[in-house]
Design a protein around this ligand. Structure first.
Ligand SMILES: [Fe+2]
Length: 405
């Protein structure tokens, strides 16, 4: 079965090359002149109608834009100019380009091509978030900072997962996006390391040219200016935001690397209050765990957990610990079936630590282990199904959260 899938991928790859020039040949190539590279789609605001298409060039160039239109249509190609600048971060010189697409149609595939001066990227495509209450899946993971070989293998696995999720008529397994819980690289001020991560991120692109949107959270190793430049945030943005992945799934990203109290906690309260009644599923992600399997709890334990419990958040996605964990449902500091489940803690390319399995919140029906991994989160009208996949494709954990009545 596996070898048949590989053969299919190979054929698709060859077809793709023939149709789009050198799409696969260029993946993961070093930065060169003003040739667009390090392509990515970023979701930080209303992904049904908006997306940021970003790329990098080695040299500054003078004009940068994205050509786009509904995929497989005869529409005239539209052009969106990019915001460009030099990435901050050491002596390594490279330039970012962010084209912000707005007024898109929900649940629609768009072909995109990045153009810097006279140089064109391959033609890719991405799909906007649905405006209908349909079943779907996303990926969640964190910590890709310190094992590049594993990171690259995980990224290739992600591309295969995405591709195979569209290889059937089952809508519920369709992977819409990757939520990354932070610690992309080990030293956030070194652009050279970001550049390696960005090139490796190209490996998540499916062989038919599908770009997997990323929903970014900031980790403690992602200090400095490059994070906002890589993900298209404003220079002073504090990196907490909420987006709807469908009309019934609200996904809120928090920043554990700035004050978790004060403005952010107030914002979170308003965000959850406004979202709870109008969404079947409420999820949050951030970097530092509040119910950690290895370290001590982050400040979110005090600032955020009472709000998670008050507004009945359905699942919390954490990172930073470098292990696999799923807590029991927690309310008021103890196991409670009506409580909140926390998963994590980062395995997208980082050496794994040994979890402290005797912590009460990891005991059965919770779990903890170690291994490179990514979570698949499937949203249906009846339940939220989570699967922790190891790098060899083994399922390490599965869980289900019911719809809250
Ligand atoms: Fe971390």
């Amino acid at each position: 079965m596996k070898s048949r899938k590989r053969t299919r991928s190979l054929i698709l790859g060859i077809l793709c090359c023939l149709m789009m020039g050198s799409a696969t040949a260029q993946a993961d190539a070093p930065l060169n002149g003003t040739q667009p590279a390090q392509w990515r789609v970023i979701w930080t605001a209303d992904p049904a109608t908006k997306a940021t298409i970003s790329w990098s060039t080695k040299e500054a160039g003078s004009s940068h834009s994205v050509r786009f239109r509904v995929k497989d249509s005869d529409d005239r190609l539209a052009e969106q100019l990019a915001e460009s600048g030099r990435y901050t971060g050491g002596e390594f010189e490279s330039y970012y380009h962010h084209a912000r697409l707005t007024d898109l149609q929900p649940g629609t595939a768009y072909e995109v091509q990045m153009v810097s001066d006279a140089n064109e990227s391959p033609v890719f495509y991405f799909v906007t978030a649905p405006a209908t209450d349909r079943d779907f899946s996303i990926l969640h993971g964190g910590d890709s900072r310190s094992d590049q070989d594993a990171r690259r293998r995980i990224n290739k696995m992600i591309a295969e997962l995405v591709e195979s999720s569209y290889d059937n008529d089952d809508l519920s397994d369709d992977i819409l996006a990757l939520a990354h819980g932070g610690d992309y690289i080990v030293t956030g001020k070194k652009m050279e390391l970001w550049s390696m991560w960005l090139s490796d991120h190209e490996l998540t692109t499916s062989s038919d040219g599908r770009l997997l949107p990323i929903i970014p959270a900031r980790g403690n190793h992602d200090k400095g200016k490059p994070f906002n430049e890589v993900f298209g945030f404003a220079e002073d943005d504090l990196n907490y935001y909420g987006i709807n992945l469908s009309p019934q799934v609200r996904f809120t990203t928090l920043n554990s690397e700035t004050s978790t109290a004060g403005d952010q906690a107030q914002w979170l309260k308003a965000e959850l209050k406004a979202s709870r009644d109008s969404n079947r599923w409420l999820l949050t992600q951030y970097h530092r765990p509040v119910y950690p399997a290895v370290k001590t709890p982050g400040a979110g334990l005090v600032s955020w957990v009472p709000l998670f419990e008050q507004y009945n958040v359905d699942l919390v996605c954490e990172a930073d610990g470098h292990n696999i964990k799923r807590t029991v449902p927690i309310r008021d500091g103890k196991s409670d079936e009506t409580g909140v489940v926390y998963i994590g803690e980062g395995g997208l390319g980082v050496p794994q630590r040994t979890p402290k399995t005797d912590r009460w919140f990891l005991e059965s029906p919770g779990m903890a282990d170690q291994g490179h991994h990514v979570f698949v989160l499937k949203f249906t009208k009846e339940a939220l199904h989570g699967t922790c996949l190891l790098l060899d494709g083994t399922i390490r954990d599965q869980f289900t959260r019911p719809v809250r009545k």
